[in-house]
Design a binder for this molecule. Structure first.
Ligand code: FES
Length: 223
């Protein structure tokens, strides 16, 4: 993908919903880049590299679009959130601070979206961490079983022990599948939340991409 090519060239593009070595979903759009000839900016985490393509990753306009999207996401994000308070590693708040966002341009939404813990971006982070932990556990169990099977072949283990490890591996695989499903679900929720935020503020994504959002008025439904 374009984002991977940029990273391998030492160019940093901010991301929120994607991490290296994962299947990108193109949800948050913070990784937008300007592809020469394209009608709108592209999410670099899902944009395929093409021969001869010319990509600008950090122009004044591109930075402005990222900033607007960050402002919209932050408008619906309690600050500091509980994660930031506890571990200081909320990626959304880190990006907002890095972008120099101090005062909100958009007002908070009139209807609370639930508790801090249900914040979609935090949920994605947590689900990803859980999935990665279960994946590591499954890899560990596979290696352990392989070692034990080798021992069995030379008479240094028993079938009973091997069966135990096979069961552990089956449990680890099951946990990994379940965690992956939760991770995908969290990504979908983030996608929905992001789309809803834009709807709530009557923001057309193309306008956001062009940086054409001027208003700072309250969202619909605000008295
Ligand atoms: S990081 Fe590319 S869309 Fe979120």
């Amino acid at each position: 993908m374009t984002g991977d090519a940029a990273r391998m060239s030492g160019i940093t593009i901010p991301t929120l919903c994607h991490q290296q070595n994962e299947t990108p979903v193109g949800v948050c759009r913070l990784c937008v880049v300007d592809v020469k000839g394209a009608r709108v900016y592209a999410a670099s985490c899902v944009r395929q590299v093409e021969p001869g393509m010319v990509v600008k990753t950090a122009t004044h306009d591109v930075d402005g679009v990222r900033r607007t999207l960050l402002e919209l996401l932050m408008a619906d994000h309690p600050t500091p959130c509980s994660r930031q308070q506890q571990t200081q590693d909320c990626e959304l708040e880190r990006l907002a601070t890095h972008a120099g966002l101090t005062a909100p341009r958009f007002p908070g939404l009139p209807t609370p979206r639930g508790h801090d813990e249900s914040s979609a971006s935090i949920a994605v982070d947590q689900a990803r961490e859980t999935y990665e932990a279960t994946k590591s556990e499954r890899i560990f169990q596979e290696r352990t079983l392989a070692d034990e099977q080798q021992k069995l072949e030379v008479g240094a283990s028993t079938s009973f022990v091997v069966i135990q490890f096979q069961r552990d591996l089956a449990a680890a695989r099951s946990a990994e599948v379940s965690a992956l499903a939760s991770y995908q679900k969290a990504k979908t929720a983030l996608q929905r939340a992001t789309g809803t935020i834009l709807d709530d503020y009557q923001v057309v994504l193309d306008d956001a991409f062009r940086g054409a959002i001027q208003q700072s008025s309250a969202p619909p439904g605000t008295p």
